[in-house]
Design a protein around this ligand. Structure first.
Ligand code: M6R
Length: 614
């Protein structure tokens, strides 16, 4: 999504704002902009450009505006095309108020009409510009900033985090937050502001995470925090331990590659962490052991890759913990009838903990008497704050838009949770829980080793060969079907190759019509003998129609290997963990294809890392 960054202090702001934006650019890269207060005359100055941040940087080299208070933005377009005109910052009529914004103003059409009727002129198609004009109109009736902001937010509907710089208050940044994250880093004679603290990691350890529905007046030495009704809030500063070098590419061509290789460690860290909290896990989850034992069913919800991990998790909960499990896509769940049942829990899966649809699903379920638990990678996320409990993965920060280690650690955590619940319910004993942890570590080993085994042939031969295809079909069965879904998503998003995934048994109900020599079929095997035999049958159907098959097979699956045109052979792991073992190789293969096609792998077109708007 968009990112907002701001600075006020004793130093010039541009350097920090641009650096902060570059750290957050993975959240959106359709356009970028910067505004600051001219120290000579206290007037607002700005520059903005379409496209990636580098274009703004070049523009600012030619027109080097700067000031002691500055704000910046990178955009992921929602309202209006990716153009310079729609790039932030946006302004009021007199260009005395500037705004950079992340989120959506839902009633923007209605507000725009009202404002136009009262003489305001708009210069962009964005919902953000409404904020600037509305702020102008609020300040005309309420002279003091806090009162004007209270008046302003009363009229705004939606989810938003914005920063505003005003001519009339050259030393103050105005911050407003509703349902979109915003945090303040406290420095010595300087304040850093951003939608994600990564922007100022390494500059300060003292951070204020703004509460939901709050606004702040930030000067170089002070922060005043208020609720939306104007009552002051005591400021709570948290100490965090993050440095930026933890997030450099460290010699890899792309963050995605770095993150593929971090998976073994991330899985180890997740297992170690979960093991260390195993006795207090129900407290973390906001539940009691009694509630866990009484569970009759589970609901899982998520979007994209997290939904795929949840889909694989459904097999774990049903098979290992014997809990009927319903899986929901968050974007659909919110608009469907919900039938709360007793003895249930609602597990929301999200790498970022900020995804708007998943967050809204949590808020919806919070209205009922059902425990909500966030399974996330970010302990400071909104989901952790708004769910009744949480379980944390230990993937470390994931920067590439395409999820890799977030996925494998989610699958890891779900497998562990299914065992931990089974243990509490006395379906398995503690030594079986320990074995499950060991099985996860074995799968992590296989995940990494298989990349090494096939790396050279992928780079030299397979990636160039398969990069020529325009479309591919993905097949799986049982829990290798959701893995096929995740694999197809990876290929689509980073290589822009059309990929469609099916449960292999569905082939003859329609997709078989797509099979031809120009459409490779990628099949993900399973270690269960019965499921494997069925998959072999499906491959025979494809081959009989002149199809080309790439098989991810497990060692010893000779029939499948003999049928396929290209084979990746993977050492056997615990049957349920087959998808986890195949994860690294699948990601590396598609990464190499995308690289062959010269795609912008870490920032695929039209996408953003964290989808904080609906
Ligand atoms: O942060 P979340 O896990 O909630 O994000 C959900 C999806 O946007 C995300 O998984 C997306 O599908 C992946 N980045 C794709 O690789």
């Amino acid at each position: 999504m968009c990112s907002v960054v701001g600075y006020v202090g004793n130093e010039y702001s541009r350097k920090f704002v641009l650096e902060g934006l570059s750290r957050l650019e993975y959240r959106g890269y359709d356009s970028a902009g910067f505004a600051c207060i001219d120290p000579d005359n206290n007037r607002l100055m700005y520059a903005k450009s379409e496209g990636k941040l580098q274009r703004l940087v070049s523009l600012l080299e030619k027109e080097p505006i700067d000031g002691f208070a500055g704000i910046g933005h990178t955009r992921w377009s929602t309202h209006g095309a990716s153009s310079e005109q729609n790039a932030h910052p946006h302004f009021d009529c007199e260009k005395l108020i500037s705004v950079v914004h992340n989120g959506i103003i839902e009633n923007h059409t209605e507000l725009r009409h009202q404002l136009e009727k009262t003489g305001h002129t708009f210069h962009s198609e964005t919902d953000t510009e409404i904020i600037a004009h509305l702020f102008e109109s609020s300040l005309s009736v309420r002279k003091e900033l806090p009162e004007a902001i209270v008046h302003l937010v009363q009229q705004l509907q939606g989810a938003y985090a914005f920063i505003s710089l005003l001519n009339a208050h050259p030393d103050t940044m105005v911050l407003v937050r509703k349902r979109s994250p915003l945090c303040i880093g406290l420095g010595d004679g300087q304040m850093f502001v951003a939608s994600d603290m990564l922007a100022f990691a390494g500059k300060t350890r003292n951070v204020i995470f703004m509460p939901d529905e709050s606004f702040a007046l930030v000067c170089k030495d002070s922060v005043e925090l208020y609720r939306f009704d104007g009552t002051p809030i005591a400021v709570s500063v948290q100490e965090v331990d993050v440095t930026w070098d933890m997030y450099e590419k460290q010699g890899h061509d792309h963050y995605m590659l770095k993150e593929i290789y971090e998976q073994k460690t991330a899985i180890h860290d997740t297992v170690d962490f979960l093991h260390s909290v195993k006795d207090r896990i129900w407290d973390d989850m906001g539940m009691s052991a009694k509630q866990i034992c009484a569970l009759d069913s589970i609901n899982l919800v998520g979007c994209g890759t997290s939904w795929h991990a949840g889909y694989i998790g459904k097999f774990f909960f049903e098979t290992i913990a014997m809990l009927p499990t319903q899986l929901h896509l968050a974007s659909e769940f919110r608009y469907l009838p919900f039938f709360p049942v007793k003895n249930n829990m609602f597990l929301a899966i999200s790498q970022s903990g900020e995804t708007a649809d998943t967050l809204e699903a949590i808020r919806m379920v919070n209205e009922f008497q059902i425990p909500t638990v966030a399974l996330t990678n970010v302990s400071s996320s909104t989901m952790v704050r708004e769910s009744e409990g949480f379980v944390l993965t230990q993937a470390g920060r994931e920067i590439a838009v395409a999820s890799t280690k977030a996925f494998s650690t989610q699958v890891t955590a779900l497998y562990w949770m299914a065992h931990r619940i089974a243990c509490e319910k006395k379906i398995i004993n503690t030594s079986q829980l320990e074995s499950a942890q060991h099985d996860l570590l074995v799968a992590a080993e296989v995940l990494e080793n298989t990349i090494e085994n096939y790396k050279l042939s992928i780079i030299k031969d397979l990636a160039p060969r398969y990069a020529r295809y325009k479309k591919m079909i993905f097949l799986g069965r049982h829990n290798s079907y959701p893995f096929a879904l995740e694999s197809a998503l990876k290929l689509k998003e980073i290589a822009y190759i059309l990929a469609t995934a099916y449960p292999a048994g569905e082939l003859k109900h329609g997709p078989l019509a797509l099979i031809d020599a120009d459409t490779p079929t990628i099949i993900f095997s399973h270690q269960d003998p019965l499921i494997y035999q069925k998959l072999v049958g499906n491959v025979q159907e494809v081959k009989a129609r002149g199809g080309h098959v790439i098989a991810f097979a497990f060692e010893g699956q000779k029939e499948l290997c003999d049928l396929a045109d290209t084979v990746f052979e993977i050492p056997r792991v615990k049957s349920m963990l087959g998808p986890l073992a195949m994860t690294g190789l699948m990601q590396f293969f598609f990464y190499a294809i995308a690289k062959e096609l010269d795609r912008p792998i870490d920032k695929p077109r039209n996408l953003a890392k964290s989808v904080t708007v609906e």
